[in-house]
Write a protein that binds this ligand. Structure first.
Ligand SMILES: Cc1cc2nc3c(=O)[nH]c(=O)nc-3n(C[C@H](O)[C@H](O)[C@H](O)COP(=O)(O)O)c2cc1C
Length: 262
């Protein structure tokens, strides 16, 4: 055990310092099915922030297909849902965590209304999201474009299927970004990728195998050690082009994909 810990210490380094820890934080989130709510509450519990749910005046139907249809219509017409007024005054906060499920590859429609109606100028905005396969990267980029007068910091995202991993990951994320005191584990950078071996290709297939939305074949991979196992960054070819897929292989467990990057 001691040897493993020492090995880990050479591969990973722990850092702690604090610029954001004393700032006043608000967690704003939209969650249709409760998954994003769980992440919002994990953030709130960890840092003791204020928290408020974003509520559309006309709530979305819990039926998946109904929400898909309404969401697509809103997007094509550029008409996004009216929201109940926020109780919190964003001007009272330095940092606003904005949480949402990923819809159609970006933040869910109620967030479009939020950022159009609330002034986030001069604020630090920290996105967080949950998704079936991915969308942190794309939604974060979209928020950065839509909020040029705010500082949109790197966000946190988790697959709904891995929500159980969120509290520990959120804590590490908050420490890594200076919102919480304490040591955290920072993995080494990924090295340059290499062509996949048969074994690595099989790891990819196992990780994405049960997910119907990914039909891709691994081409290249880079790997690094993380606490308790290995993380792989695959480049894979699918009909629409190349996707990147992060895969976590924890010792004694089947590999799972944690995020698709497009
Ligand atoms: C209308 C709609 C569109 C969605 N689009 C995507 C998508 O593009 N990519 C994805 O990975 N997941 C997508 N999802 C899955 C949700 O992001 C995922 O289930 C999320 O965890 C739900 O969070 P919630 O329970 O907080 O509402 C979509 C779900 C809905 C209802």
């Amino acid at each position: 055990m001691k040897q493993i810990l020492m090995m880990a210490a050479t591969l990973l380094f722990a850092v702690s310092c604090g610029a954001n820890k004393d700032s006043k934080a608000l967690v704003l989130y939209y969650s249709q099915g409760g998954t994003t709510k769980a992440v919002a509450e994990a953030i709130q519990t960890a840092i003791g922030a204020d928290i408020e749910e974003i509520v559309p005046v006309d709530p979305y139907d819990p039926d998946f297909n109904a929400t898909i249809a309404r969401g697509q219509k809103e997007m094509s017409e550029g008409k996004f849902p009216e929201l109940q007024p926020l109780k919190a005054d964003v001007r009272d906060y330095d940092v606003i965590f904005i949480g949402y499920p990923v819809w159609f590859g970006t933040y869910a429609n109620p967030i479009e209304t939020l950022i159009a109606t609330v002034d986030f100028s001069g604020k630090k905005v920290v996105p967080f999201c949950t998704f079936g396969s991915g969308g942190l990267d794309t939604s974060e980029k979209a928020l950065r474009e839509k909020l040029p007068n705010a500082t949109v910091l790197p966000g946190y995202g988790v697959r709904a299927a891995r929500i159980a991993a969120a509290p520990a990951e959120v804590e590490n994320f908050l420490k890594a970004n200076d919102f919480l005191a304490g040591e955290y584990v920072k993995p080494a950078e990924f090295p340059a990728p290499h062509a996949v071996s048969e074994e690595e290709s099989a790891i990819f297939d196992t990780a994405v195998g049960t997910y119907p939305m990914i039909r891709a074949k691994a081409a290249e991979v880079a790997e690094r050690d993380v606490p308790g196992g290995k993380e792989y960054l695959f480049s894979a070819e699918e009909r629409g082009g190349t996707i990147k897929v992060l895969v976590l292989a924890e010792e004694g467990k089947d590999p799972v994909f944690t995020q698709v990057l497009r």
